[in-house]
Design a protein around this ligand. Structure first.
Ligand SMILES: Nc1ncnc2c1ncn2[C@@H]1O[C@H](C[S@+](CC[C@H]([NH3+])C(=O)[O-])CC(=O)[O-])[C@@H](O)[C@H]1O
Ligand SMILES: O=C(O)C(=O)Cc1ccccc1
Length: 241
């Protein structure tokens, strides 16, 4: 697996973080070393897919990157006539995702689409996965996307929403960010890598609080809304239609 060294040397004009060729190449290593609980969440997505996916329905993985959540869901679905649709607007991610998925045998078809998740129709869904993707949408587009998801879900359909969070209380916010940085240092990132990536993410990742998320999901109409996992400023929620 290629190692993430993207921010290891000093960068003069640090631009905004994008999911380009370099990021796509090192992505599995980057996400594993950067997101506390990532593999646990991927495992749980499989467990939830096993329980919530119904026969003759669709599963959507929005912002699928290299397909980790799609594969976990697919391995665990036992229902007949299910289709998984993965969507990502990064071409380098989509290319690697298609290759990766091809390498595994399964009866369940997977369609990987290169497009913006704001353009794609959602219908007959028993499960929708937003695993660390909503945080990259402009904040003003989040309500519309979640409403579209709600409308495309079947009754009792499940949304899994994993995100980096912001916290209202400044002291708590700083503590959890600091613990996250300590986690990254423990995973081999240098102080420079941590700080350059933080700067690169500043404009592209505008985080919401857990209560922002809960209030928005509730106002859209989701009924059972719960945070099922949290580690520092990262976590994952479930919401049922
Ligand atoms: N508007 C958009 N339309 C489509 N894709 C988008 C958009 N904005 C961002 N993306 C895509 O969302 C993904 C976010 S990564 C998801 C990890 C994955 N879910 C995983 O379970 O491994 C999370 C992270 O890097 O922290 C990237 O592949 C972007 O190209
Ligand atoms: O690395 C970080 O600081 C993060 O917030 C997580 C992350 C992981 C992969 C791409 C972008 C952000």
């Amino acid at each position: 697996m290629s190692k993430d060294t993207i921010f290891s040397a000093p960068i003069k004009n640090l631009g905004d973080f994008t999911f380009d060729e370099n990021v796509a190449e090192v992505f599995p290593d980057m996400i594993q070393r950067s997101v506390p609980g990532y593999s646990n969440i991927i495992t749980a997505i499989g467990m939830l897919a096993n329980r919530f996916v119904t026969e003759n329905s669709n599963v959507y993985d929005l912002g699928c990157s290299r397909g980790a959540a799609t594969l976990s869901a697919r391995r665990n679905i036992q229902q007949k006539n299910v289709k998984i649709i993965g969507i990502d607007n990064s071409k380098p991610m989509v290319e690697r995702c298609r290759q990766h998925i091809q390498a595994y045998q399964s009866e369940i078809p997977v369609d990987i689409i290169c497009d913006d998740i704001r353009n794609v129709k959602i219908n007959n869904a028993s499960m929708v996965i937003l695993n660390f993707t909503l945080q990259f949408l402009p904040p003003e587009d989040r309500y519309t996307l979640l409403t579209k998801i709600y409308q495309g879900l079947n009754p009792n359909g499940l949304l899994v929403l994993s995100e980096k969070f912001r916290f209202e209380n400044n002291k708590v916010n700083e503590l959890l960010i600091d613990l996250h940085h300590q986690f990254k240092r423990a995973n081999g990132y240098s102080e420079l890598e941590v700080s350059q990536k933080r700067t690169a993410l500043e404009n592209v990742m505008r985080t919401d609080t857990i209560s922002d998320h809960k209030a928005r999901l509730s106002s859209i109409g989701f009924s059972q809304i719960e945070l099922w996992f949290q580690c520092f400023n990262f976590g994952s929620m479930i919401a049922v239609k």
